[in-house]
Design a protein around this ligand. Structure first.
Ligand SMILES: [Zn+2]
Length: 340
C-alpha cells in the first residue's frame, strides 16, 4: 500500500509500505477514503518533537471496512465507517461515562499511520461507527472532520456548557475553534463570540454561527468579553489553542461560576493556583472523547444539517502529501484533506 512516511523534519515522502493487516482478533482493516494532516503532525515536521527514525503519519481517517478480526461483531466488511484518533473499547466504566479518549484500554491512533491506502483499527467494535450507507462524495470532508476537529470542537462546546440562553466565547480560530463555534450554535447558544484576526476565518466563524468577532487577545481580549457581557464574562469559553496566553484569555473571559472547555494541547502552560482559585470557574477538558459524539455528528452531517467540512481549505491527492505539509507549515493552509 502507499502511505506517508516522515523521514526527518521537512522530509515527507509517500512510498510503498507493507499492507496493514489484522494483528489482534478485535482489529479491523479499512480502505481509507480520505485522511488529513493535523496541526499536531507539524510538531514533528518542524522538529519541535523528535522523530524516532522514519515514521508513518496520520491519525484521522474514514473508509470502508476491508477485513475484520474473529471477535469483531459491530462492523462488517463493506461498511463505511468513521473512527477517531483514539481507539477505545466503548465498554469500560470510563467509556460508559462518555470519556472514550481515556478508555482504560485506549490505543492512540497514529503509530502505524492513517495517511495511507489501508489502516489497521484496534478495538474496532468500540471505535468505529458505520454510516447509514455509502456517503455521497460531497459528504466526505464533513465525515472526515467528524473524526477529529469537529468531534473535538463539539466536546469543547459541551464542556463549556453551551446551550440556550448562553453566551459562549471561543479562543482559537483554527479548525477546532471554528468547529466549536458550529457546535455552540447547534447546541443552542444565544450569543457566540469568536476571537479571530483573520478575515477568512472570521467569515467562516460567522457562517458557522458566531454573532460577534473580537480581535483583541490575551488580557485585552478577556476585557473585551467582559465589556460585551455587562461586566460579567461569558457563561462558557472554549480554549482551542493551548498556550499560556490563550489559557488565561479563556479563563478570564468566563464569568465566576462559568465553564472553560479546554481542548488545545497545552505547551508550557502553568496556572498559578491562587489566581485560579479566585476565578471560581469550572475547568473541563483534555483529549476529546470524539467517540461519544460520533453517532449524532454523523446523523447531522448525513441530514445535511451541518457542513463542518468547510474547515478544509486545501485538498490534495495522497501522493502530494509533502506539498500539504509544506502548505500547512507555511500557513498557506489551515487544514489539508488528502484524497485516496
Ligand atoms: Zn473503555
Amino acid at each position: 500500500m502507499r502511505g506517508v512516511v516522515m523521514y526527518a523534519p521537512g522530509d515527507v515522502r509517500v512510498e510503498e509500505r507493507e499492507d496493514a493487516k489484522i494483528i489482534e482478533p478485535t482489529d479491523a482493516v479499512i480502505r481509507v477514503s480520505a485522511a488529513c494532516i493535523c496541526g499536531s503532525d507539524l510538531w514533528l515536521y518542524r522538529g519541535i518533537e523528535a522523530l524516532n527514525g522514519p515514521t508513518p503519519m496520520g491519525h484521522e481517517y474514514i473508509g470502508v471496512v476491508e477485513q475484520v478480526g474473529d471477535q469483531v461483531r459491530n462492523v462488517k466488511v463493506g461498511d463505511f465507517v468513521v473512527g477517531s484518533f483514539v481507539a477505545s473499547d466503548n465498554t469500560c466504566e470510563i467509556c460508559q461515562a462518555g470519556y472514550q479518549s481515556r478508555c482504560i484500554h485506549n490505543v492512540m491512533m497514529g503509530s502505524e499511520g492513517t495517511q495511507a491506502e489501508l489502516a489497521r483499527i484496534p478495538l474496532a467494535d468500540g471505535t468505529l461507527v458505520a454510516t447509514p450507507g455509502e456517503p455521497d462524495k460531497d459528504l466526505i470532508p464533513s465525515l472526515l472532520a467528524a473524526s477529529d476537529v469537529l468531534g473535538t470542537g463539539w466536546f469543547a462546546a459541551v464542556a463549556a456548557e453551551a446551550g440556550p440562553g448562553k453566551t459562549i466565547a471561543v479562543v482559537g480560530d483554527g479548525a477546532v475553534g471554528l468547529s466549536a463555534v458550529l457546535a455552540a450554535k447547534q447546541l443552542g447558544a444565544e450569543r457566540i463570540i469568536a476571537f479571530s484576526r483573520h478575515p477568512e476565518r472570521q467569515a467562516l466563524a460567522r457562517e458557522f454561527g458566531a454573532t460577534d468577532i473580537v480581535e483583541e487577545r490575551g488580557d485585552a481580549g478577556a476585557a473585551k468579553i467582559k465589556e460585551l457581557t455587562g461586566g460579567y464574562g461569558a457563561h462558557g469559553v472554549v480554549e482551542a489553542v493551548g498556550t499560556q496566553e490563550s489559557m488565561w484569555q479563556a479563563i478570564n473571559s468566563a464569568r465566576a461560576g462559568g465553564y472553560v472547555g479546554y481542548v488545545g494541547v497545552t505547551h508550557g502552560v502553568q496556572l498559578d493556583g491562587l489566581n485560579l482559585f479566585f476565578t471560581g470557574v469550572h475547568l473541563h477538558g483534555g483529549p476529546a472523547p470524539v467517540r461519544r459524539f460520533l453517532p449524532e455528528l454523523i446523523r447531522l452531517i448525513w441530514d445535511r444539517t451541518i457542513d463542518p467540512g468547510k474547515v478544509f481549505d486545501l485538498t490534495l491527492p495522497l501522493d502530494e502529501a509533502a506539498e500539504g505539509y509544506k502548505a500547512m507549515d507555511e500557513r498557506r493552509a489551515t487544514k489539508v484533506l488528502l484524497t485516496l
